[in-house]
Design a protein. Sequence first.
Length: 258
Amino acid sequence: MWLPQVYIKFTKELYILATLRHPRVVEVVGCAASATEMTILMEYMMRGSLRRVLSDEHAWQQQFTPTMRHQVLCDIAAGMLFLHDNRVHHGDLKSQNVLITDWGRAKLTDFGLSRTTDAVSSFTGRSTLAGGTVAWMAPEAFSARRRSAEHCALSDVYSYAIVTWEVLAGAIGGDAAIPWCGLSIVDVIAAVAIRGERPPLPPGCVANANVAGAARHEALMRRCWAALPADRLPFKEIVASIGSGPVAADDGGGGAES
């Protein structure tokens, strides 16, 4: 694909994403582009990513109650259901791509443009394969075979399972709360795609004192990271199982947030 065609495709996809409006999706407000790079402008989220909050022991332990942690998982599932209902596959769902509002609610970001940005990277010399991303990738993602749209959607479900693991393991903190921490990319691929392993959940995480409804979240996590995509639950069933979380009036203390 010639670079001008890549930019045309980027513009079309960005327009589609900019028209998607949902409380659990970060709003795209514009973009800037040059011959060598593209910048997407999005609403500002002061708390940063879920990974940043998880890495801040004080923030996660002192500012997020078990109910709020449950709400984060509900928010992510609701946002993913909205994207899938609009035929958008995230393709890189992980805690770094979940942003947290002032009131502790979750919004999805960095979705839908992965194929276009990969093409741009081939012209600019940048690599879009971050080492950490591999930990959230489904086994079929390492196959050379072309995947259907249904399989892409179910790969997102696998990634959601790993994010659920992160939220449950967040009570432990440190490296123990990072999936496959310390393993190389090759080791992670071998564990997931060849040996069928999944990151072990530290003891004591499955408790309502950690995450409200923890046992249900763990059960869903294990269903969602099944080796075969067909054995995973679609987001419609995930949302039906865990609900939408507490009502908006319980989120903050300074006002309601949808």
